[in-house]
Design a protein around this ligand. Structure first.
Ligand code: MG
Length: 353
């Protein structure tokens, strides 16, 4: 399946909307993970989500997985702090021959930008090719969909430096982004905003300096110029600081949906585009991939919706209470306190309840 097909399928199924508005109907279409299936036949409670805590990592996980896809925030680090024990655990996985990819829906940095963050946290052995930011996903989508790289078509960006840096690497000219952060359109009598007629796509990513100029520019490119509308991610909220939740890229995408009436092509989690890319580039089998994350509605859904194994860690935003509570219908194969549990057995204190 190519990116365009995947994108069409995604738009038809709209998992994010389903996850937030009709979880039960949506997840009823998803086959239960093997662990949940096994447990469901002998379940003692109809009201609890059937998810097993990882207790024998070798047989439950490591023997069955060739590739780990790790969400970053809440799994590898929290904000700017590395989670204890992570470097040693990643080194053990690498020594065991496991492939690893690090996925983030945050588009503000490019892969090179994230590589600097990994380096700064002491994770210097992770190459940029193992990092999948949604800024990279947007560029990869354009490359796969044969967006011209001869300069005949350009991209307008609502977003920060990461998207432009990724487009530079594949030779696609771009405008907007940080360069338009201080601009305001002429809104006096007869005022109009002139846009570049060669804009063939608008990429909308998280932008701390979004303004009316950028929204109007994107609106004109899409409504009048026929440019494709691409969203790096639809996250409702994000964690700019640890003091509160902050409006995420869903708010920027929502602004453009509101003035165009169009649904975007989504390239970040839980879109299947990244898995299609991994499959075609590295020849990996989906059922030997495990998605590891701290969010049910993006990370675990990304895994279950794409035929991957999935594991939720409690080191981020999801509590054990929420995971196992009666309102949750999104079920990973397993859960663990954090990824250090991959090399611990249940007799060790960190896994006993
Ligand atoms: Mg996370």
């Amino acid at each position: 399946m190519n990116f365009s097909t995947a994108a069409r399928r995604l738009l038809l199924s709209s998992p994010v909307l389903a996850a937030t508005t009709n979880v039960a109907a949506f997840t009823s279409r998803i086959p239960l993970p093997s662990a949940a299936r096994a447990l469901s036949s002998s379940s003692t409670s109809l009201n609890m989500a059937n998810v097993l805590k990882l207790s024998d990592p070798q047989s439950q996980l490591l023997d069955n997985v060739d590739v780990f896809i790790f969400d970053c925030d809440g799994v590898i680090w929290r904000g700017d702090s590395l989670i204890d024990g992570i470097p040693e655990t990643l080194a053990k996985l690498r020594a065991a021959g496991k492939k690893m990819f690090f996925v983030t829906n945050n588009s503000t940095k490019s892969r090179a930008g994230y590589k600097k963050k990994f380096d700064g946290l002491g994770l210097t052995e992770i190459p940029a090719e193992e990092i999948f930011s949604s800024s990279f996903a947007a560029a990869a989508y354009l490359e796969q969909s044969k967006f011209p790289t001869d300069g005949s078509k350009k991209v307008y960006i609502i977003g920060e430096v990461g998207i432009g840096e990724e487009l530079d690497l594949i030779g696609i000219p771009h405008l907007g982004g940080p360069a338009d952060s201080e601009k305001a359109p002429d809104m006096g009598p007869g005022g109009r905003l002139e846009v570049d007629p060669d804009v063939g796509a608008v990429i909308v990513g998280f932008d701390r300096n979004v303004n009316y100029y950028k929204i109007q520019y994107a609106q004109l490119c899409i409504n009048e110029g026929g440019a494709e509308f691409i969203a790096t991610n639809l996250d409702a909220v994000t964690h700019l600081t640890d003091a509160q939740e902050w409006a995420g890229n869903g708010s920027m995408v929502g602004a453009i949906k509101g003035c165009t009436g169009q649904e975007p092509t989504l390239v970040g989690k839980p879109s299947p585009l990244m898995i299609d890319y991994l499959e075609s580039k590295y020849g990996v089998e989906r059922n030997r991939i495990c998605m590891v994350g701290d969010r049910l509605d993006t990370d675990v859904l990304f895994g279950t919706e794409n035929g991957l194994q999935s594991l939720l860690v409690l080191s981020g935003v999801t509590s054990e209470e929420k995971l196992l509570g009666p309102d949750n219908t999104i079920t990973p194969d397993y859960y663990a306190d954090d990824i250090n549990a991959f090399f611990q057995t249940e007799s060790e204190p960190s896994l006993t309840k």
